[in-house]
Design a protein around this ligand. Structure first.
Ligand SMILES: NC(=O)C1=CN([C@@H]2O[C@H](COP(=O)(O)OP(=O)(O)OC[C@H]3O[C@@H](n4cnc5c(N)ncnc54)[C@H](OP(=O)(O)O)[C@@H]3O)[C@@H](O)[C@H]2O)C=CC1
Ligand SMILES: C[C@H](O)[C@@H]1OC(=O)[C@H](O)[C@@H]1O
Length: 253
């Protein structure tokens, strides 16, 4: 087990990648606190899945775009489990839209959830880790989209580049406290975020055809990378980016 008796906090942990990461963290021996915007039955299912691994789990609702959500999440986790060892910044949205008529509100909301949310949460988790004095690990879910563009993602891809940039600067700011900060860059992973986009069979076939490993990703494909970066196996890794995309990025021709 890579994370025996560690306490892991994950934003956007009720569905998709965050939910799969929560279960993998528990499989690696950690207790888990998940944040989500609306909680509900999805969050309840994650709690049950974590408990099935013999670990504890709490769910805390809150919009990551609001700074007060971050303090409340960390406080609830410390109250339940006594500490924060690992923080995973995962919550995000991607409302696909063309560039030329992008509504200002869609741009603003995407920036606020994906980038400001990651900032507030990382700051709150880091403050708790510094207070504890034992170091820690922070992993942000960035994206292959930090490296390449998307016609209908002009508001989204800058947030994913920003999230990785945040980890790079935090690696410097927090290194002296023994806190490591890294990014995972998933390729296209089948979740609710892209269900509508990939409902077009031509688009889906095109995306699959670009992947040397021959398939789109599943949320479970991301858990191992996060567990590695969160664990002591990565004790000398900070400021790094780990691409988990089935080879899509390198496949020019
Ligand atoms: N799927 C993919 O192909 C890729 C995804 N990513 C990134 O992975 C992350 C997770 O995406 P994915 O699992 O696909 O998405 P999903 O839509 O499946 O899940 C999103 C999760 O984020 C939560 N969330 C959304 N908005 C907020 C908010 N304002 N405050 C708190 N929680 C929120 C949701 O909670 P609720 O249900 O309550 O709204 C849900 O738990 C995102 O950052 C995304 O950019 C990166 C690369 C590829
Ligand atoms: C939502 C998209 O399908 C997904 O999000 C990312 O960050 C990936 O690059 C994909 O474009």
């Amino acid at each position: 087990m890579l994370l025996k008796d560690k306490v892991v906090l994950i934003t956007g942990g009720s569905r998709g990648i965050g939910a799969a990461v929560a279960v993998e963290m528990a499989r690696q021996g950690a207790d888990v606190a998940i944040n989500s915007h609306s909680g509900g039955s999805a969050a309840a299912e994650v709690i049950a899945a974590v408990e099935a691994q013999g670990r504890r789990c709490i769910s805390v609702e809150g919009d990551v775009a609001l700074p007060e959500t971050a303090a409340a999440f960390v406080e609830a986790a410390v109250e339940a489990f006594g500490k924060v060892d690992v923080f995973v910044s995962n919550a995000g949205i991607c409302p696909f839209h063309a560039f030329l008529d992008m509504p200002a509100e869609t741009l603003k909301r995407t920036m606020e959830v994906n980038l400001h949310g990651a900032y507030f949460m990382t700051q709150a988790a880091a403050n708790q880790m510094v207070k504890q004095g034992n170091g820690g690990a922070i992993v942000a879910i960035s994206s292959i989209s930090a490296l390449v563009g998307g016609e209908f993602q002009t508001h989204y891809t800058p947030t994913k580049a920003g999230v990785h940039s945040l980890m790079q600067s935090c690696a410097i700011a927090l290194g002296k406290h023994g806190i490591r900060c890294n990014s995972v860059l998933p390729g296209t992973i089948l979740t609710d975020i892209n269900k509508d986009d990939l409902a077009d069979p031509k688009k889906r076939e095109y995306m699959e055809g670009r992947i040397p490993l021959g398939r789109l990703g599943q949320p479970e494909d991301i858990g191992g990378a996060v567990a590695f970066l969160a664990s002591d196996m990565a004790a000398y890794v900070t400021g790094a980016a780990l691409l988990v995309d089935g080879g899509a990025f390198v496949n020019l021709q």
